[in-house]
Design a protein around this ligand. Structure first.
Ligand SMILES: Cc1ncc(COP(=O)(O)O)c(C=O)c1O
Length: 444
């Protein structure tokens, strides 16, 4: 870069910082008027500078910054590889699809094979099972951890069971020791959906390091963001190759965009029914997609990743403030609990309106929303009751009573770093003004 270009670049980035200071200055919180969102983008001047800096090069497709983010993510999780993708949903699609690759030989998942999961979750966890011609097997979850009831795992297994895919619900880890023991005993694949759980630990170990594959989401409201974005983590080089092949049109070649002959034998391969020496760049070993992340998203990701410890700490602190503030309403609301031996990285604060409570969930939710306190549902409730799943071939093992309870009684409020102690105090106060004149005596 010429020195003149360097000077201009610095001026642009200084102006970005100045712009951020003025355009994104925090506004004072006015109780009842300012919104208290369930999620927010946590960003600073450095994030916008990183984005603008990368755009000046006009390197739009994944390049050196995407490589750098992949390396930093892999290092941060202590796994061999991190493959960036354009969303957490794509990450799950690739993780499940990878298990159907012919490159896995007899361990490959075939149509009709079963994958154990839960119906109280995100469609993005379950859909890839169905999209790959596999059969989801649903078991219930435990309350108030909102994760799989691991006692049901053995009952859920059949001759066709080949894999387990589970999310760490709202950042609260599932019982990793029971699940890992089960998959090891029966030689099953495990996919950990960590899309809502970046930074959580179980038994002192990072979630994302227990499964054969793990996925992350960098959607705007997540622990760190690239706008849209996600990642597949794995320790296994073969799975990484398959994931990246599926991500990059299904190609057999693993050259980065703009590169060629990384394998050193671009015109020397003999694969499938192709003539010997057919260009490896145009050889396809999977029915793939194009799910790549862009370079500018990666630039934002690099800057965000540096702040992750601070962002996760803030989420945990906000969770504790809410837990303490709502403690005395436990007769009315079932409060969330961390899975034993875990340190969650909360995505949200789930609350269950007890069946004996003097009001319905929708009454509570509209009471809060009227006070500008945003709420969310635990995704699809019982996914099997959603219109999209009516014709989906599946198995249910045992009752889904808790899943149905979640569908009708549970909602969640935010714990994101954008919430100030003042906002949380306002939320806690609102809960104490729910229209129950004599709840203390009623429910004591
Ligand atoms: C558990 C879980 N998995 C996967 C996803 C999909 O992530 P994305 O929105 O990045 O596609 C979500 C959505 O937030 C989610 O909650």
């Amino acid at each position: 870069m010429t020195s003149q270009a360097g000077i201009l670049r610095k001026r642009i980035l200084d102006l970005v910082a100045e712009y951020h200071q003025i355009a994104h200055a925090p506004t004072p919180f006015v109780p009842g008027e300012s919104p208290v969102p369930v999620a927010s983008r946590a960003f600073e001047a450095a994030d916008i500078q990183s984005l603008v800096d990368s755009s000046l090069e006009f390197g739009l497709t994944a390049g050196p910054l995407a490589d750098e983010l992949e390396n930093r993510l892999a290092e941060s999780f202590g796994v061999r590889s991190a493959s960036l993708v354009n969303s957490g949903s794509s990450a799950n699609l690739l993780a499940v699809s990878a298990l159907t690759s012919p490159k896995l030989g007899s361990r490959r998942l075939l149509p009709g094979d079963e994958v154990i999961t839960v119906a109280a979750g995100s469609p993005a966890t379950v859909n890839p099972i169905v999209q790959n011609g596999l059969v989801p097997v649903f078991v219930d979850v435990s309350l108030p951890t909102y994760n799989i009831d691991s006692k049901m795992l053995e009952a859920a297994k059949s001759d066709r069971t080949r894999a387990v895919i589970l999310a760490h619900t709202l950042g609260n880890p599932f019982d990793t020791s029971a699940v890992v023991e089960f998959v090891r005993k029966h030689d099953l694949w495990l996919i950990e959906d960590c899309c809502d759980a970046f930074g959580a630990t179980s038994d002192g170990k990072r979630v994302g390091t227990f499964g054969d594959l793990a996925t992350l989401s960098f959607y705007a409201s997540h622990h760190m963001t690239t706008g849209e974005g996600g990642c597949v983590l794995t320790e296994k080089p073969l799975l990484k190759t398959i994931v990246e092949s599926l991500r990059d049109w299904g190609r057999d070649c693993w050259c980065d965009p703009g590169k060629e002959n990384t394998c050193g034998k671009r015109f020397d391969w003999q694969l499938g029914g192709l003539p010997r020496g057919y260009d490896h760049k145009y050889t396809y070993s999977h029915l793939g997609y194009n799910l790549k992340m862009t370079e500018m998203q990666a630039a934002v990701g690099i800057s965000q990743l540096q702040k992750i410890p601070k962002l996760v700490a803030k989420r945990r602190a906000n969770y504790q403030l809410l837990r303490k503030g709502l403690q005395e309403l436990e007769h009315i609301f079932m409060l969330p609990e961390a899975t034993p031996k875990s340190d969650p990285s909360w995505f949200g604060f789930p609350l269950a309106v007890r069946r004996e409570a003097p009001f319905s969930r929708s009454r509570v939710v509209s009471f809060l929303e009227n006070r500008k306190i945003a709420t969310g549902l635990l995704f699809g409730g019982n996914l099997l009751r959603q219109p999209a799943y009516r014709e989906v071939k599946h198995r249910v093992v045992g009752s889904l009573a808790n899943t149905d309870f979640i569908m009708s009684q549970v909602f969640w409020i935010g714990v994101h770093p954008g919430l100030t102690p003042e906002m949380i105090a306002y939320v806690v106060d609102a809960f104490h003004h729910l229209p129950i004149s004599d709840w203390k005596t009623l429910w004591a």
